[in-house]
Ligand binder design. Structure first.
Ligand code: NDP
Length: 457
């Protein structure tokens, strides 16, 4: 049996790569991890964490305004974007340090630089070669921009997190998670936001009622959402940028941001040369055990383009290490994975959309509640919450839960446990609510909405 420098080399120190590496080391494997940028990856350095800190920062604008209805005189407020960015960066530095420490304490060797497979068991980094019995690809994904004239003028979420100053007017192209989240941040901080979406509304793939509820609230807060619109070109002008849309509309902006999806970051890694199959979008092709076309090379997280969420990458990593290093074959379970969009207000979801549930189960009951949250009575804020349950009529099981409104991610996380346990609507109804909360609506929805007529479906 050949001897290798390491039992495992992981390429990419993001959420999935770090979790796999430290767990494997804890099970006794000799592990190295390669990183070309900063340990922590997309989530910690340029994704979930910095984004959520900006969401918190932006929300204060509403909080100050709402306080008046509760008797507070807030006085003049001032916002300093540069200060928020710098404090956010300090927190990212702290987390980056924690990740580095975790790896060090786990006994994982950090190899800094751009890694490349030199052969199926050899990783080359900084001119040095390291061999391993197994290799894990966890390189994540990167913003993907369409090739239109002037696209070089557009920024992505990477740059948006570290802008030197806030623009007066921004155009955000895309209707997905990232576009919607940044539209909320910039709009709350006073930037005029135009979101250009090619579909009929934002967040394709989410439940239709949730999509509409969120779009309505975003528009109420001042975001202009231009649906069924496609940008043909971007031109630099004296004042900023000029975007030409299909048709003949033109939008002027001080900044243009694209959030049109992300592509697996698998280029120039030597993967295909080594025999690792990629699909036509560049994603590493893996089986249910996260195994690539080479049995000793595995891949987890966004670079496999399965379900691109941090906790999923971590769960894939955990399953893989259990399988490889703890003699405990484990497959990732992708059913009822909850997720949230940190829009303003936030949207959260678990299970099937109404459309998907009808397709899968045929007969479903749908419960919808729309109301003004209690906090908005005294504040006078015109923001409504939407909550929805989708129930398989044959088994009475709740197969989907969706919410748009304050604290939706915190609430849906708990509901996700119930769905994971296969809870029925009757069990939801038998649960006593906590009063007064918004969450209690999920256990007090009594009457299903009328069945749609066949032509509405
Ligand atoms: P998404 O895949 O969510 O959305 C991409 C959006 O861009 C869609 O609205 C899509 O339209 C649109 N689009 C794609 N190509 C073009 C084009 N050429 N011209 C115009 N519009 C286009 O990608 P994001 O970049 O928002 O996010 C990437 C991933 O990151 C997501 O898959 C998500 O899993 C993850 N993420 C998760 C977050 C969370 O959990 N809170 C937060 C941020 C990101 P259409 O729908 O018509 O295809």
């Amino acid at each position: 049996m050949p001897s290798y420098d390491y039992d495992l080399i992981t390429i990419g120190a993001g959420s999935g790569g770090v979790r796999a590496s430290r767990m494997a080391a804890a099970y006794g494997a000799r592990v190295a991890i390669c990183e070309e940028s900063r340990v922590g990856g997309t989530c910690v350095i340029r994704g979930c964490v910095p984004k959520k800190l900006l969401v918190y920062g932006a929300h204060f604008a509403e909080d100050f305004a709402d306080a008046a209805g509760y008797g507070w005189t807030v006085g003049e407020t001032a916002f300093d974007w540069a200060r928020l960015v710098s404090r956010k960066n300090a927190e990212i530095d702290r987390l980056n340090g924690i990740y580095m420490r975790i790896l060090r304490e786990a006994g994982v060797t950090l190899l800094e630089g751009r890694a490349r497979l030199a052969d199926p068991h050899t990783v080359e980094i900084g001119g040095r070669r390291h061999t391993a019995e197994r290799i894990l690809i966890a390189v994540g994904a990167w913003p993907n921009l369409p090739a239109i004239p002037g696209i070089e003028h557009a920024i992505t979420s990477n740059e948006a997190l570290d802008l030197m100053s806030l623009p007066e007017r921004i155009v955000i192209v895309g209707g997905g998670y990232i576009a919607v989240e940044f539209a909320g941040i910039f709009s709350a901080l006073g930037t005029r936001v135009t979101q250009v979406v090619r579909a009929d509304t934002i967040l394709r793939g989410f439940d239709q009622d949730a999509r509409i509820a969120l779009a309505t609230e975003m528009q109420r807060k001042g975001v202009e959402i231009r649906c069924e619109s496609v940008v043909r070109s971007i031109e630099k002008t004296e004042a900023g940028y000029s975007l030409r849309l299909a048709g003949s509309d033109v939008i002027e902006a001080d900044l243009v941001m694209y959030a049109t999806g992300r592509a697996p970051k698998t280029r120039d890694l030597g993967l295909e040369e080594a025999g690792v199959a990629l699909n036509d979008t560049g994603a590493v092709v893996v089986d249910e055990w996260s195994r690539t076309s080479l049995p000793h090379i595995h891949a987890v997280g966004d670079c496999t383009d399965r379900m691109n969420l941090t906790p999923v990458a971590i769960a894939e990593a955990r399953a893989l290490v259990e399988t490889l290093y703890n003699n405990n074959p484990t497959r990732m379970d992708y059913d009822n994975v909850p997720s949230a969009v940190f829009s303003q207000p936030p949207l959260a979801t678990v299970g099937l959309t109404e459309t998907a549930a009808r397709r899968r189960y045929g007969r479903v009951s749908v419960f919808v509640s729309r109301f003004k949250p209690m906090k908005n009575t005294l504040s006078g804020r015109e923001e409504r919450t939407m909550m929805k349950l989708v129930v398989d009529r044959d088994t009475d099981r709740v197969v989907g839960a969706h919410m748009v409104g304050p604290d939706a991610p915190e609430i849906i996380q708990g509901v996700a446990i119930a769905l994971k346990c296969g809870a029925t609507k009757r069990q939801f109804d038998a649960t006593v609510g906590i009063h007064p909360t918004a969450a209690e609506e999920f256990v007090t929805m009594r009457d299903p909405v009328p069945e749609p007529s066949p032509e509405q479906e």
